[in-house]
Write a new protein. Structure first.
Ligand code: SLL
Length: 172
């Protein structure tokens, strides 16, 4: 295929984790979750303000800590879109929900639409369960809503995309 010369396309996205400690009120430990698990958490990749990214990002593989059963989690946009059919509120994120007790580094591998010709890209993200501000005020702010969030805003650059992929990128 031919590339579109001199053209750069940027697509913003967010990835990261949101963690909440178990408590007796709004986040009780579900039945069957081991007693040493202290938090529920999720890791995700999604568009800014839940905009669609499934047209350019086709699959995300999350590699969790090996202590977690089935620690390689692969999520296909196709599968989410099928599950979305006929639903009012559509799932826009690649997301894994888990529980646990410890922090660790998550490897996030992004797979693009095959027409892009782009190789998969790997991101690294540290799962945060505990507030990590420098001051008590920063930590308190981070505990707001009982959540510890660690989110990274990124822009995906497609440099001189193939014509066919350029059409996909710009017809949304
Ligand atoms: C630590 N280096 O020692 C880290 C390892 C591993 C966290 C943290 C297990 C969850 C499960 C879990 O939370 N592992 O058993 O499903 O802090």
């Amino acid at each position: 295929g031919k590339r579109v010369k001199g053209v750069q396309i940027y697509r913003p996205f967010v990835y990261g984790t949101t963690a909440r400690p178990f408590n007796d009120t709004d986040n009780p430990r579900p039945a069957g979750v081991p007693l040493d698990h202290t938090h529920s958490w999720q890791v995700f990749v999604k568009g800014i303000e839940d905009t669609d990214i499934f047209y350019w990002l086709r699959r995300v593989q999350f590699k969790l800590h090996e202590s977690i059963p089935n620690h390689l989690r692969t999520i296909d946009a196709e599968t989410i879109m099928k599950e979305n059919e006929g639903k009012g509120k559509k799932q826009r994120a690649f997301v894994v929900n888990e529980t646990g007790w410890g922090e660790f580094e998550i490897t996030i591998k992004l797979y693009y639409d095959s027409k892009s010709g782009e190789k998969p890209q790997t991101l690294y993200h540290h799962l945060r369960l505990h507030p990590y501000g420098r001051t008590e005020a920063e930590k308190e702010a981070m505990r707001n809503g009982g959540e510890v969030i660690a989110w990274t805003y990124e822009e995906q650059l497609f440099n001189e995309p193939f014509e066919e992929f350029y059409k996909i990128l710009t017809s949304g």
